[in-house]
Design a protein around this ligand. Structure first.
Ligand SMILES: Nc1ncnc2c1ncn2[C@@H]1O[C@H](COP(=O)(O)OP(=O)(O)OP(=O)(O)O)[C@@H](O)[C@H]1O
Length: 548
């Protein structure tokens, strides 16, 4: 039927559900195929001949890869031919009728095109420069390069860190990849800061790959060290929560480097959230904190001239914060790289779906309810009902910069040490509390105003940590949110709870305020560990309907 005046044809049932024939895409050397696949639609990609890689990870010839809910590019150095086939599609019913998640591009992509204008040569040159530094550190006692990626939102930082990680592992390196972006989880749910040593390849279908929590995987699993940061922005609470967690993560990373020769030689890659590069008050101070704590040697700026020039002024050619900087005359280099023209701005709805999908696959594996289109991994989480009063749950009482409508943040009400503690405040946090040798301010840093000056990274008072014990009755707001189970004991101090790494996560499916019980979804069967927990009240945002 033709719509009057528009000469548009309304899609018939058959047209809407007809399976499109596979499309073949030939890529010239040095070009890439950029594509966007909606959540709810699957495409299958096969490398017919030649060589190709997705953010640095090579595709195997003739293997079929299944992709959904992603925006990415497949690049070829030497030329290749790809076959793209439409997979299953979910249709959602709206008031206007059904809408399909499939688009009009090859395989049902929302958008897809090829481009030979890519910054891959620059990115590869950076990899080779880092390899040269790694060679230098071999046997010399000097640590491998510590790379910090900076740039605004959607500048391609995470994609570049995947590329650098994939290239480093391909030549036998073992980079420690640190994710300081709480808006997106790396091998974990959002609302966490993590560090992971990559010994093996990344996963073409699944970004960073799978952690052991996601069940069996054809690609070897990676074991992340996870800290809870249940706020959307590092600038929340003026960085007072973010900074000490970054310090704790840096301490663990430094210790791991000291123990593991391959990791020490390969070095660190630190991915950051775009807000740090936004020039907002407090962001420069946080960058300086990260540069100092991780003793960064290479700052890579993507997509911002202003930030690049700022970073050059502050850091270029200054000694690194490493204790060994003087011995080896180790200096910071600031590098500017082009932002790829393929980078896409992801809207709020897409980002929300990405977060939801990360949370679903944490509990259900890759064949989670909304993701039921994929064939891969299925996990069997269990639900159990517990007395809320039997749990030791803490909550950060801070105002988020994203959400300024409430909260009970009142510094004068906050903990003075042990007063929240049920058992009199014995801090039995098992990890050693040593200072680490990267706590000094970067020598020669100039240009920070006096209120931005960092004197000591360990100077935060533990007496005003905005972490408060959540006492019964269980608030209804717990419903549909996550709780992190930390390694800290139930009698640990708020500082110890904040600084403890995370064992795993629970999802609150239901709150029965009358009976004082909550229904929890746990990734594994058995009782809930008796450990201090942190409620992700603010971040990640709630996921409705994960259970039944
Ligand atoms: N060359 C490319 N072709 C197609 N898509 C790309 C390309 N490079 C990056 N993208 C996509 O663009 C989006 C933004 O890139 P990326 O996540 O790497 O940016 P970012 O700087 O880490 O963003 P943020 O700070 O907001 O997390 C992602 O969906 C990514 O997969």
């Amino acid at each position: 039927m033709s719509l009057p005046g528009l000469e548009l044809t309304q899609p018939s049932e058959e047209r809407q559900y007809a399976v499109a024939p596979p499309s073949q895409i030939a890529l010239n050397p040095g070009s890439e195929w950029r594509f966007e696949v909606a959540f709810g639609h699957i495409i299958r990609v096969k490398l017919l001949n030649g060589t190709a890689e997705l953010f640095g990870t090579e595709l195997a010839e003739a293997q079929t890869y299944t992709l959904t809910g992603t925006k990415a590019a497949i690049y070829t150095w030497h030329g290749c031919e790809l076959e793209i086939t439409a997979g299953e599609t979910a249709t959602t019913t709206t008031v206007d009728g059904s809408t399909s998640a499939a688009g009009h591009g090859a395989g049902g992509c929302q958008s897809e095109y090829t481009s030979d204008d890519t910054p891959m040569m620059e990115y590869a040159n950076l990899h080779f420069a880092l390899e040269a530094l790694r060679e230098e550190s071999q046997g010399s006692g000097k640590d491998g390069p510590r790379v910090l990626l900076l740039g605004p939102d959607n500048a391609g930082k995470t994609s570049l860190s995947k590329i650098l990680t994939a290239y480093a592992t391909k030549v036998g390196g073992q980079p420690l990849v640190v994710n300081l972006d709480p808006t997106e989880g790396m091998l974990s749910v959002p609302g966490t800061l993590t560090a992971t040593a990559f010994r093996t390849m990344l996963d073409v279908e699944n970004g960073w790959g799978d952690s052991p929590m996601s069940g069996p995987s054809p690609v070897p699993v990676k074991l992340p060290l996870v800290y809870s940061y249940p706020l959307p922005s590092p600038l929340d609470a003026e960085g007072a929560v973010y900074r000490p967690i970054v310090s704790r993560l840096a301490l663990q990373v430094t210790e791991r480097m000291a123990k593991d020769e391959d990791v020490r030689r390969t070095g660190i890659i630190v991915d950051t959230p775009g807000v740090l590069s936004s020039g907002k008050p407090g962001s420069l101070e946080l960058i300086n904190h990260i540069v100092t704590e991780f003793a960064i040697t290479t700052i890579v700026v993507l997509g911002s001239e202003r930030l690049y020039s700022n970073m050059v002024k502050q850091y270029d050619n200054k000694p690194s914060a490493s204790a060994a900087a003087a011995v080896f005359d180790e200096r910071v280099a600031v590098v500017k790289l082009s932002k790829s023209g393929g980078c896409v701005d992801r809207d709020a709805a897409f980002l929300k779906k990405t977060r939801e999908s990360q949370i679903r696959s944490y509990f259900f594996g890759n064949s989670a309810p909304s993701n039921a289109l994929t064939t891969a991994i299925t996990l069997s989480p269990s639900t159990l009902q517990v007395d809320f009063a039997s749990l030791t749950v803490y909550n950060y009482t801070v105002i988020s910069t994203e959400d300024e409508d409430e909260d009970d943040y009142d510094p004068s009400q906050l903990s003075t040490g042990d007063s929240f503690l049920p058992g009199g405040g014995v801090d039995d946090y098992s990890q050693p509390k040593q200072e680490h040798d990267r706590a000094a301010t970067l020598p020669g840093i100039v240009g920070l105003s006096s209120d931005q000056n960092i004197t000591s990274t360990h100077s935060y008072s533990t007496s005003n940590i905005p972490l408060k014990r959540l006492l019964p009755p269980a608030p209804m707001a717990l419903e549909n949110t996550l709780i992190a189970i930390t390694h800290a004991s139930t009698t640990a101090s708020p500082a110890a709870v904040r600084d403890a790494s995370v064992k795993g996560f629970l999802y609150v499916a239901n709150v029965d305020a009358e009976k004082g019980k909550i229904m929890l979804l746990s990734p594994i069967r058995g009782t809930i560990p008796s450990q201090a927990m942190i409620w992700a009240k603010r971040w990640p945002d709630e996921v409705v309907g994960l259970v039944g």
